[in-house]
Write a new protein. Structure first.
Length: 411
């Protein structure tokens, strides 16, 4: 019988964050195993999974429920690789500690204490309450005490954001937004990952002298395993089945790889020494990584390939849509004639008339370099885009929403 630490369901309160931080600390000290999986743990770990120290849910949203099992050695390899790039420091946790990105922020703080011989993890005291809506005012209230404590400890201040959080801070036009940017500049490194960050947002952040570091990784790689497009020592990237443009499925070899997957029915699947990711990517002559999107998200319409991120970036960059469209996701829905039809879900800024949104988006895209076959045939206005637990777009749910809005009868 395998014994697991199982915190109460996370509710974003300070008490809940504290409970999770303590559990992560037990894993880092080698004193326990932490189960954060989406189903009850098995009574006995399968062969090959005996070293599992942390089990987290995947960010996928299709197929059978599964969890990723990571060894303590993989976690340490990830934390030490991160520290070799940005140093050990004082971490402000702003992500839920129920997925690998949020877990690793806290785990890195415990690792810093181990390496530097400190009495406790380099985390804010007390830990913050994260139940409120994240905006610039909330960020400043959370960040300023952490910065003061980091300075007192003589350590650089570090944090990690999802792209949506970074975007809100760097693109906002209010006085509170300006103050938040000034506060964010005081962090030695701001990791941003979990989903593709618009290049315009990264450029604005760097122009504002915010020390943004982009990360690529997944639960299967124990979080970030590529920083600013470059793999650290020990991580090997290659492209499988590259097309004429050098784009294919990304394969990763790394000491941070998970042991494999555990399923709700008690079965398991080992990963081995190389992870076949779900991402389409390319490597330039210097080996720098560019991730184009998930292979499963590619839309095939009339025999032609559409990367939804290309259309989303065009919407985000359009000056015609600036101040009108807040966010967008592009998906493919079944179509009898074309195989799949390109559609979009958008959220609008306050005061924008929903009835005009569809024609505005389509008209704006016609003025860009987006080919006509990639322009969404339908644009649906929604209150919020469906998200996964870590704040990433849930594309499977978005496809279902678009399909239902296109054909409410489901026929």
């Amino acid at each position: 019988m395998t014994s697991w630490i199982r915190p109460a369901p996370y509710d974003a309160s300070a008490a809940s964050l504290t409970e999770h931080a303590h559990a992560i600390g037990e894993v880092m000290a080698g004193h326990g195993r932490l189960w954060l999986g989406p189903f009850d743990p098995p009574a006995q770990l399968p062969a090959g999974f005996e070293d599992a120290a942390l089990v987290v849910p995947t960010s996928g949203s299709t197929g059978a429920a599964k969890a990723v099992a990571l060894s303590r050695q993989a976690l340490l390899a990830s934390q030490d690789a991160t520290a070799s790039l940005i140093g050990h420091g004082y971490w402000l946790p702003l992500l839920p500690p129920t997925h690998i990105a949020g877990v690793q922020v806290i785990a890195r703080a415990h690792r810093t204490a181990q390496v530097l011989g400190l009495g406790g993890p380099t985390l804010p005291r007390p830990l913050p309450d994260l139940r409120g809506h994240f905006d610039s005012t909330a960020f400043v209230a959370l960040a300023e005490p952490a910065l003061a404590q980091a300075q007192e400890a003589g350590l650089p201040a570090l944090t990690s954001l999802v792209p949506t959080q970074l975007t809100r801070v760097v693109t906002g036009a209010t006085g509170a937004d300006a103050r938040a940017r000034a506060v964010l500049r005081r962090f030695t490194a701001v990791l941003v990952g979990g989903a593709a960050t618009p290049q315009e947002v990264l450029a604005r952040a760097r122009g504002q002298r915010i020390a943004v570091r982009t990360t690529y990784g997944s639960s299967e790689t124990a979080g970030g395993c590529v920083y600013d497009g470059t793999a650290p020592p020990g991580v090997r990237l290659r492209i499988d089945g590259a097309d004429d443009e050098g784009t294919g499925r990304l394969l990763v070899s790394s000491p941070t790889l998970a042991l494999g997957y555990l399923f709700a029915d008690g079965s398991s699947e080992a990963i081995g020494t190389e992870l076949a990711t779900s991402d389409l990517a390319s490597l330039d002559a210097e080996g720098a990584l560019s991730v184009l999107g998930r292979a499963d998200d590619v839309i095939i319409t009339g025999g032609r390939k559409v990367l939804p991120q290309d259309v989303e970036r065009a919407i985000d960059r359009s000056l015609m849509l600036r101040g009108l469209v807040r966010s967008a996701v592009v998906v493919g829905v079944p179509d009898a004639e074309w195989g799949q039809r390109v559609e979009a879900l958008v959220t609008l800024e306050a005061g924008v008339e929903p009835a005009e949104a569809a024609s505005l988006v389509r008209s704006a895209l016609r003025t860009t370099e987006v080919p006509s076959f990639m322009i969404p045939k339908r644009v649906h206005v929604v209150q919020e885009l469906p998200l996964l637990g870590i704040g990433k777009i849930d594309r499977s749910a978005a496809r279902r929403v678009a399909t239902d809005l296109t054909d409410p009868a489901g026929g």
